[in-house]
Design a protein around this ligand. Structure first.
Ligand code: IDP
Ligand code: MG
Length: 225
């Protein structure tokens, strides 16, 4: 402790006369994050979700679905005239996507930082793309790049609510099981860790939804026994 210089100047004054906390501080934002088909197929949805929860962002919506083709075209309107867009479209519709909305201070830029650069070969290690990807054609995850884009994307992908969505990837001969992360797990930001345990075991996610508050009738039926 003796080695740490004593604070001087304005910082020292603030100890005596602390500034009020209300006027400053980052704004709470929402951002739209989507695990792309390569991330889903490789069983990385939970690990990716976990990184956002570990950062302190709060999961407020999610669904697991095949991307609607029309919405996808709207979502990627800014690259629709690029020569690589047909490839992007085929990739994005090749398997289900896992879509999420996170809330938190500076959620948009925090989300972009967690993702890393668009090209995984340029992305820093420690980021989702840097750690898990090898090429720009399969970069694992989407994240809104501005508050405006986030508002637009949340509206685009969630305007129909969070109806139970099916991936269309079911294999009838295989068994299915129903897993529910309970409120304490969700509130403590453990959804990603729990989901990744199932994916790591080799089980495939087939459907998912985030329910803000369970209704009594549904609960009564679930716990009828
Ligand atoms: P972003 O996802 O990092 O915001 P954008 O420039 O918005 O990057 O591009 C949207 C998506 O288009 C990228 O995430 C990637 O999947 C795809 N993409 C971008 N550039 C290329 C490319 O040169 N070849 C193939 N796909 C690309
Ligand atoms: Mg973008």
């Amino acid at each position: 402790l003796a080695l740490i210089p004593a604070p001087t100047g304005p910082a020292a004054c603030s100890v005596v006369n602390p500034p009020t906390m209300t006027a400053v501080g980052p704004t709470v934002e929402e951002t739209f994050i989507m695990v792309k088909p390569d991330g889903v197929v490789r069983g990385l949805a939970g690990r990716i979700l976990r990184r956002f929860e570990d950062k302190g962002l709060r999961l407020v919506r999610s669904k697991f679905t095949m991307a609607d083709r029309n919405i996808l075209n709207e979502h990627y309107a800014h690259i629709a005239d690029k020569p690589f867009y047909p490839e992007v479209f085929d990739y994005m519709t090749s398997a289900p996507v896992f879509q999420m909305v996170f809330q938190g201070p500076n959620a948009v830029s925090a989300g972009r930082t967690l993702l890393g650069a668009t090209d995984p070969m340029q992305a820093e290690l420690g980021t989702v793309r840097g750690d898990f990807g090898l090429g720009v054609d399969k970069n694992l995850c989407h994240g809104s790049d501005s508050r405006e884009a986030a508002a637009k994307e949340v509206h685009l992908w969630f305007r129909d609510g969070i109806a139970a969505s099916r991936s269309g990837a079911e294999v009838p001969s295989l068994e299915r099981t129903f897993i529910m992360v309970k409120p304490d797990g969700v509130q403590r930001g453990l959804s990603g860790r729990i989901l990744s345990r199932f994916e790591d075991k080799g089980l495939r996610l087939l459907a998912s939804k985030h329910i803000e508050k369970l209704g009594r009738p549904k609960l009564d039926e679930h716990y009828a026994h």
